[in-house]
Design a protein around this ligand. Structure first.
Ligand code: NDP
Ligand code: 2IT
Length: 444
């Protein structure tokens, strides 16, 4: 049996109850076959695949907090420190009722390769909690965040592990967590990224994932003799990644006609009004029904359906497994040219395969959404030198990183005879860097 198949079997046995983690590992190991085959003896002897699929440590803890009625609530939280071969653990914190260990492990595993692709010195980690921020008062959010950080602060630090935002964790939550870290540990340090601009945050971090996604997509189009100008784009999601993806796509001359949240989706043939969307989602924290109420030409539909709309480019920016095989078939039938993932693993394995086999240029999240964590690493650099860079400076660095990522994954795919397979290219390029560092550091 090949080394890859042997390890896949072990991982499947050990993690049978974690489908998202198995999905992420299967995609990566499958696409690494040519690299593993070329170095099988060395990697086997050093148990590289066994080590890279087993987190350094997994921390699970209780988060008790008091709601507005005086009732004590209890949530379960996680921090998975997956691999720090190339830098301190780095990755977001997800607050969503669906969070469990398998989901945090899949996200942490993806983060290892994504962070390596940024070219910056950051390892892979992820955390989160099954807490649902929806409908909670500011005081309840603060109570939760303070309790969460009271435990988490034992395991993190500017040179150890640096969490950030993800689904359900934005500037408000990062602020409350930073305050509690400072209070308990007595240390003013860059222990979190996505901080507010008055206390160590970086310009462009808010916009970075969405903007980065579009910088990479633009380069992909350019390298295929196309441009963003005049393209119709479908976006899913209506959160941090989706909002700034829509904004940058419009700045590039494309028209984004959809967005969605967990209850429904919008089709706006005039192009999504970003200011209105920002007001509904960032200020009022309301539902997308409000968008349709304010825009007579826009249609609101319950449930899912964004991928039915004809487009040139699809950008899934909501959550994992939101673009299914039937959606992939619809996109291909509608002439979609490119799919770039703003979210982490939004496309199922069979949908990815279908898109690739039908000539759609497909760039997975590890490459396409790396702009967020890359700019987090730039925030860490600014914190270390106790300086703040201008918007233009950070934005130019972000753009350069995303263009470099595109070419690195394109080259890696070509080197292994898989031209145009950007999923394989991203996994190979990320893996090569991490493995070199692991081998150099011995058995650890
Ligand atoms: P937000 O919480 O800001 O927004 C998430 C959006 O997705 C919301 O519109 C939400 O709907 C929708 N959504 C969440 N869960 C589901 C679900 N189960 N079904 C349908 N819709 C859902 O998160 P982000 O924009 O930060 O994150 C979006 C994706 O991007 C995630 O996969 C995240 O891991 C990834 N990512 C984020 C980065 C960042 O810097 N923030 C960096 C790289 C990747 P509703 O409004 O109803 O909650
Ligand atoms: O999935 C991701 O890359 C993030 N949520 C951002 C992580 C970070 O540390 O900025």
């Amino acid at each position: 049996m090949s080394y890859v198949d042997e390890v896949l079997e072990i991982v499947q046995k050990k993690n049978a109850d974690q489908p998202e983690f198995l999905q992420a590992v299967t995609e990566v190991l499958d696409s690494l076959r040519p690299v593993i085959d070329a170095n099988e003896e060395l990697y086997r002897k050093n148990a590289i695949l066994e080590r890279i699929t087993e987190p350094d440590r997994q921390i699970i803890f209780r988060v008790p907090w008091v709601d507005d009625k005086g009732q004590v609530q209890v949530n379960r939280a996680f921090r998975v420190q997956f691999n720090n071969a190339i830098g301190p653990y780095k990755g977001g914190l997800r607050l969503h009722p669906s969070v469990n260990l398998g989901i945090i492990k899949f996200l942490g595993f993806e983060q290892i390769f994504k962070n390596a692709l940024t070219t910056l010195p950051i390892g892979g980690g992820k955390g989160g909690c099954d807490f649902d921020p929806k409908g909670k008062s500011d005081r309840e959010i603060m109570a939760f965040c303070q309790s969460f950080m009271t435990e988490l602060c034992k395991y993190i630090g500017a040179d150890v592990d640096v969490p950030a935002g993800d689904i359900g964790t934005g500037a408000r939550e990062i602020g409350y967590m930073f305050g509690q870290f400072k209070r308990i540990r007595g240390s003013y340090e860059g222990v979190l990224t996505g901080k507010g601009l008055t206390y160590g945050g970086s310009l462009v971090r808010t916009e970075a994932t969405g903007y980065g996604l579009l910088y990479l997509t633009e380069e992909l189009m350019k390298c295929h003799g196309e441009s963003m100008q005049g393209k119709t784009v479908c976006v899913s999601g209506a959160g941090n990644v989706a909002i700034y993806a829509i904004q940058k796509a419009h700045q590039m001359g494309a028209k984004v006609v959809t967005c969605s949240d967990s209850t429904g989706w919008i089709y706006d043939p005039d192009g999504i009004d970003v200011d209105l969307l920002k007001d509904i989602k960032e200020v009022k924290r309301a539902r997308l029904t409000e968008y349709a109420a304010a825009k007579p030409n826009a249609q609101y539909h319950e449930g899912r359906g964004v991928w039915q709309i004809k487009c040139d480019i699809a950008l899934p920016c909501a959550t994992q497994n939101e673009l299914l095989l039937e959606d992939a078939k619809q996109l291909v039938a509608n002439g979609c040219k490119a799919v770039c993932e703003g979210a982490n693993m939004p496309t199922t394995l069979d949908a990815t395969k279908y898109l690739q086999e039908n000539g759609v240029w497909f760039v997975g999240g590890k490459a396409a959404n790396a702009g967020g964590v890359a700019t987090s690493a730039l925030e860490m650099s600014q914190n270390s030198e106790r300086l703040s860079w201008s918007f233009e400076e950070v934005d130019a660095k972000l753009k350069n990183i995303m263009v470099t990522i595109y070419h690195n994954i394109d080259d890696a795919a070509k080197r292994y005879g898989a031209e145009g397979d950007y999923v394989a290219g991203a996994n190979i390029a990320g893996f090569e860097k991490v493995v070199q560092a692991m081998l150099a550091q011995g058995v650890c």
